[in-house]
Design a protein around this ligand. Structure first.
Ligand SMILES: [Ca+2]
Ligand SMILES: [Ca+2]
Ligand SMILES: [Ca+2]
Ligand SMILES: [Ca+2]
Length: 261
């Protein structure tokens, strides 16, 4: 538990279950209305969040930059079913940045990437990529390199295991410039098989049921040609899994409906 957060803020957020599996094709329209989604995130909103840390959450400035809200703003989506976690994002980014002078497959955080940090099941013990801790990372590279879907995780005996997400465990699609508004804009749509990932990281994990609690943080890196550090940390503030927010697996949600007069 993060002692800085009042109890009211610690209530679990709900990830809805999907009744129909989506197609992983870079178009979220068939499930985004049914998913967990908490609006647009940009650096201004992040500055007001309880987990904000100005040393960690920042955007890279090169001088001739657009306004910070045009540097990076994003919506994130999450849902689940009996087999998969579904992860999605709709993002406006001024530069697509996937080259890293000191490239190594594990260095997703030096490229544009979105990474979901997931502890399953959630516990009260502060750990850093130990048993039950997973990061599902997707590099926003339309060429889909071998390191494009990455898995950092722990196990009962090791921490910080780094490897590509096993091919049978993950599927993802990246669609660049989906709205014709910028070459760095993108949609990410992904699914991760839970038994093949969460089940390997923690023997205490069980097939997902309504009411199960997972700890989740979203890490969105945006170096824009700079070094490490251009990133958003959302719903948590780092590798310590006790700072990740509580999410509850819930029943299928109702889409938001507008009302007439
Ligand atoms: Ca789709
Ligand atoms: Ca950017
Ligand atoms: Ca970028
Ligand atoms: Ca823990």
């Amino acid at each position: 538990m993060n002692p800085l957060l009042p109890a009211a803020l610690m209530a679990a957020l709900t990830i809805p279950r999907l009744a129909t599996p989506p197609r992983v094709d870079g178009d979220l329209s068939e499930w985004k209305e049914l998913a967990f989604h908490d609006g647009v995130w940009d650096i201004y909103r992040l500055r007001q969040a309880p987990w904000y840390d100005p040393g960690r959450n920042r955007l890279t400035a090169h001088g001739a930059e657009p306004a910070p809200e045009k540097d990076l703003s994003a919506r994130y989506y999450m849902a689940w079913d009996a087999r998969y976690l579904y992860l999605g994002a709709e993002v406006k980014d001024n530069v697509n940045d996937v080259s890293d002078p000191k490239h190594e497959p594990r260095r997703w955080y030096y490229k544009d990437a979105i990474c979901w940090f997931v502890e399953a099941p959630r516990d009260a013990k502060p750990e850093q990529f130990g048993q039950g801790d997973n990061a599902f990372c997707f590099v926003i590279d339309a060429s889909r390199p071998a390191y494009g879907a990455w898995w950092r995780h722990g196990s009962p005996s090791r921490t910080y295991i780094e490897e590509p997400l096993p091919e049978r465990a993950a599927d993802y699609a990246v669609r660049m410039n989906p709205w014709g508004t910028g070459a760095g804009d993108f949609i990410l749509e992904a699914r991760v098989a839970m038994a093949a990932t969460l089940g390997r990281s923690d023997p205490a994990w069980r097939s997902p049921r309504v009411g199960d609690q997972y700890g989740i943080q979203i890490v969105h890196t945006d170096p824009d040609g700079g070094g490490y550090g251009g990133h958003f940390l959302i719903h948590g503030n780092g590798d310590d899994d006790s700072t990740w927010s509580a999410f509850r697996l819930g029943d299928p949600g109702e889409p938001y409906r507008r009302r007439g007069e």
